[in-house]
Design a protein around this ligand. Structure first.
Ligand code: ATP
Length: 278
């Protein structure tokens, strides 16, 4: 179980995680964070965390599965003023999560990447990567514009191979941090601690959404983590292939640029498509 005293002590003065709304089992942490946002007095940076979810959500109504107390399952509430432009928030959260995981165990340094737009990868490159986490960004708007954002972050920490969901064709197979370290022959290394990982995640998020984070620096860090760049990919929309080619770049709005065999480039917004290796 997560250590709530340690969390409270370590995060009391942090812009993210100063308030932890802890649950044992919930359907999903996402609607709880949205509901908290509607309650007067809720502070931006409040984090909803659960040991287990019975209806964890991925993108486009997909499911996020994790056995109790084996993963980090959190939703982070961000309310205006948010210093990072909304279009760059997925970058900030992805880069922050990857950096936090690397910092939590020296043997993970250099082994965390991202698959556009929202998967956290562990490995060395796309070819050997495992999917160790996912990020789900949900925005709510009111008459005045953005009301709030919720960043859902799921990170597989202790799952054994048998506890992970079945791999999907073209997508990196699910992996956990413990499982990766074991396969690297680092099973004897200091065990991962979900409480320490959550503290590192909150601090890293606070840094990456702070006014100190410069937009071009953030884009550069995101690019460096995107192992999909340079790979041949297929883009799917509602299960159909809509484009294929080489993923060459991402732009400042987070769109993926893919050049097909005829040299034509198309840009894709994360909301519309899924990318798979060919
Ligand atoms: P996209 O590339 O469009 O994001 P995706 O398949 O990665 O597609 P997500 O919404 O990111 O979709 O994640 C949900 C999918 O991830 C599920 O359909 C399942 O295949 C897989 N999945 C579910 N739980 C886990 C987990 N704990 N670890 C890794 N993968 C998982």
């Amino acid at each position: 179980m997560l250590n709530l005293h340690r969390l409270a002590h370590a995060l009391s003065d942090c812009a993210i995680g100063h308030t932890i709304d802890y649950h044992h089992t919930v359907p999903s942490t996402m609607p709880i964070a949205h509901e908290l946002a509607r309650q007067p007095g809720t502070r931006s940076g409040t984090v909803v965390v659960a040991e287990a979810q019975t209806a964890g959500r991925g993108r486009q109504s997909r499911r996020w599965e994790a056995p109790p107390a084996q993963a980090l399952l959190v939703s982070v509430l961000l309310q205006p003023p948010i210093h990072v432009p909304v279009g760059q928030l997925p970058m900030a959260v992805g880069v922050a999560a990857a950096a936090a995981i690397e910092s939590s165990q020296p043997r993970l340094a250099g082994h965390l990447g991202l698959k556009w737009p929202n998967d956290l990868l562990v490995g060395t490159c796309m070819a050997d990567a495992g999917k160790v986490g996912g990020i789900l960004m949900e925005a709510r708007f009111d008459g005045g514009g953005l009301a709030h954002m919720v960043a859902g972050i799921g990170i597989n920490v202790h799952q054994h191979a048998a506890d992970l969901p079945a791999p999907q064709p073209g997508a990196p197979p699910p992996a956990s941090l413990d499982h990766f370290l074991e396969r690297q022959g680092c099973g004897e290394a200091a065990p991962l601690d979900r409480t320490a990982l959550l503290i590192a995640l909150c601090r890293s998020l606070a840094l990456h959404v702070s006014p100190a984070m410069n937009g071009s620096e953030l884009l550069m860090r995101w690019r460096q983590r995107l192992w999909i760049l340079g790979e041949h990919v297929c883009l799917y929309e509602r299960g159909e292939v809509v484009w294929s080619g080489r993923a060459v770049d991402v732009d400042a709005d987070g769109q993926l640029v893919v050049v097909n065999g005829a040299g034509e480039a198309r840009r894709f917004l994360a909301g519309d498509v899924s990318v798979r290796s060919t």
